[in-house]
Ligand binder design. Structure first.
Ligand code: TXA
Ligand code: MG
Length: 578
């Protein structure tokens, strides 16, 4: 979408400038677009009841009009007028969390123009708890449609200067209310149905929502191409830094008293926190002596780099310190600013810590992985356009199904399994559903590793071994096995037994969908014997570190076992060859 510069300069208004605030509010009400602060991120507001004003938001953002906007209010009494139904769940969420960092999706009232909701019959309502936001929205005296105030494809703004960088000349004014308190966008919850469904994780957690609604909740926060997104915004890659983003694991315990001289024990702990960053940095420098690396980290990590006093290392890195290493709240608060700051320093790669947990960590990881661009864009995993639902065209219909192979790092065994299995699928295509032969089935496969880092190449020895089977996996890029990856597949097969068990322990809901190679065969009652009648047990040892011959054997063994499994996998998916 073309952006047209409309103003010589966008007005920059301090929150304390009462006249300025009034002027900006009046202009917003009369059809102009104004950037304003909230506790989550800055918003780009326009009069939600004025179709032309709302169009200006899309123009200023360079954002396609198929992504609905959130309607902001300053008083709960405005809600009745904007929606046609307030379900029990919606009522409970409003009572418990508004004002606050939550957006509640309800059925919309016809008076909201359809360009606000991108044609949906629902609307997201949000009442910020931020003092300046509240004051400003009240002065506007109309519902305010506002997305985050970034240029489409940039990280959401958490400072007025971010908005200024993205929007100067394109909007009427920006209200400066200082840094956003939280720093990640609001939790978006669809409250139109029986169970609340979290469409975007945020400061209000799934557990809090379940507690308030007194019922389990759904989650639909990752969307692949081809699927109709529940929160359409989730399908866009939110931030495409020229830098790659890579997630670094933190140790369980990051609590070190950093005051004064550190004991040997404390030094050890410090090293544990900083080591993965240092290893990764060294690895990158070894690969490319000109590479510059951005490090989004806790102060402990920077401290360790300083202590090492290694000139080579330090000449390759730029730091953005968010606070203490284990403080996910601080990391969340600074994430978008960190990405923006490091990205303009021309780094090739940004290292950022991953946090485990199902509170605020979920929101942080959701944004971080989006920044890493591994979901819903043009990376390998989305090269398969998944359409889980049956698609009908005329008298024909089609479903897609997919199989995931999982190993440890996704560089060797599962990468090979994916390549080998893919060739089997294409060799046997086309398929149809067993119980509905008029429905064609497309089968896809992908692979991931429970400890993989995203975007690495396959093991070169494995690439070669698989090539000898006539299969090319040289384009393979590793994928981290995450809940969302499990979610988008219909059948999950791990190379080793303990991996299947670990996945099931972490995600009991996946029961019936996860097998190891050997448990899959066993579940089909298959016992394989050699020509002397001896039972062969399936064991595929990891060839890593071994010689090429071992790799060749491994690739052949994988192929042989997958050949045996193939018809049973088709059966498990409910499909057959046409
Ligand atoms: O914290 C926030 O929510 C910020 C501040 C400014 O309030 N706003 C924000 O807006 O993040 P935006 O447009 O960047 O993201 C809104 C998200 C998108 O993913 C959009 O698809 C989803 O909410 N959304 C909005 N209305 C929806 C609806 N009716 N149904 C489903 N999803 C909706
Ligand atoms: Mg946004």
């Amino acid at each position: 979408m073309d952006r047209i510069r409309k103003y010589d300069n966008t007005k920059f208004i301090k929150a304390s400038d009462k006249e300025g605030l009034k002027d900006a509010a009046m202009h917003l009400r009369n059809g102009e677009v104004v950037g304003f602060p909230t506790e989550t991120v800055y918003g780009l507001g326009a009069n939600a009841l004025d179709k032309d004003a709302v169009e200006k938001i899309y123009e200023a953002k360079g954002r396609p009009g198929d992504n609905p906007l959130i309607v902001h209010i300053h008083d709960k009494s405005q809600i009745d007028d904007l929606v046609s139904e307030i379900t029990d769940n919606a009522r409970k969420l409003i009572d418990a969390f508004m004002p606050g960092p939550i957006t509640v999706i309800m059925r919309k009232d016809p008076k909201i123009p359809s360009c606000v909701t991108a044609g949906l019959d629902t609307v997201g309502i949000r009442m910020p708890v931020h003092k300046v936001a509240n004051e400003f929205l009240k002065l506007c005296d109309c519902p305010v449609a506002a997305p985050s105030a970034n240029l489409s494809g940039s990280p959401s703004p958490t400072k007025a200067s971010h908005v200024y960088n993205d929007m100067n000349g394109y909007i009427y004014a920006i209200v400066d209310g200082g840094d956003s308190d939280f720093g990640l966008e609001s939790t978006v919850v669809d409250a139109t149905g029986e169970v609340p469904v979290v469409l975007r994780p945020g400061a209000v957690t799934k557990a809090q929502i379940e507690e308030v609604c007194g019922i389990g909740s759904g989650e639909h926060t990752n969307v692949d191409k081809g699927e109709t997104p529940k929160a359409p915004g989730m399908k866009y890659r939110h931030y495409a830094p020229s830098a790659q983003v890579e997630v670094i694991d933190l140790p369980d315990n990051t609590d070190i008293d950093m005051e004064g001289e550190l004991s040997e024990e404390q030094m050890k702990a410090l090293f544990e926190i900083g080591k993965p960053y240092i290893m990764k940095t060294k690895e990158l420098i070894a690969k490319d002596p000109f590479s510059r690396i951005g490090i989004f980290c806790g102060e402990e990590v920077k401290d360790l780099f300083d202590r090492l006093n290694d000139n080579v290392l330090s000449s390759h890195v730029e730091f953005y310190v968010y606070g203490r290493a284990g403080d996910c709240m601080a990391a969340s608060h600074h994430l978008f600013d960190g990405l923006r700051t490091l990205d303009v320093q021309d780094v090739a790669l940004i290292l950022a810590p991953g946090f485990a947990g199902d509170g605020i960590e979920t929101a942080y990881m959701n944004r971080l992985l989006k920044a890493a661009g591994k979901k819903g864009d043009d990376t390998k995993s989305s090269s398969f356009a998944r359409k889980r639902e049956k698609i009908t065209f005329g008298s024909d219909s089609m479903v897609t199904l997919s199989v995931l192979f999982v190993c440890k790092n996704n560089r060797t065994l599962s990468a090979a399994a994916e390549g080998i299995f893919r060739r089997m699928i294409t060799g046997e295509a086309p398929y149809c559903l067993n119980d509905d032969r008029d429905t064609e089935a497309e089968i896809y496969c992908e692979s991931a590793g429970v400890f993989a880092t995203d975007g690495e190449n396959a093991d070169s020895k494995m690439i070669k071994a698989v090539k000898d089977l006539g299969i090319d996996i040289s384009f393979h890029k590793t994928t981290r096995a995450l809940a969302s990856v499990y979610d988008r597949n219909d059948l999950i097969i791990t190379i080793k037994d303990e991996q299947a068990m670990d996945i099931l322990k972490a995600f009991p809901d996946l029961e019936g969908k996860v097998y190891s190679m050997s448990s899959f065969l066993a579940s089909k009652g298959l016992v394989i014997k050699d020509d002397k009648g001896r039972v062969i047990s399936l064991a595929i040892p990891d060839p890593e570190g071994e010689n090429e011959l071992t790799y060749d054997h491994t690739a052949k063994a994988l192929e042989a076992w997958l050949k045996i499994m193939f018809p049973y996998i088709l059966k498990e998916l409910g499909v057959m060859r046409i």
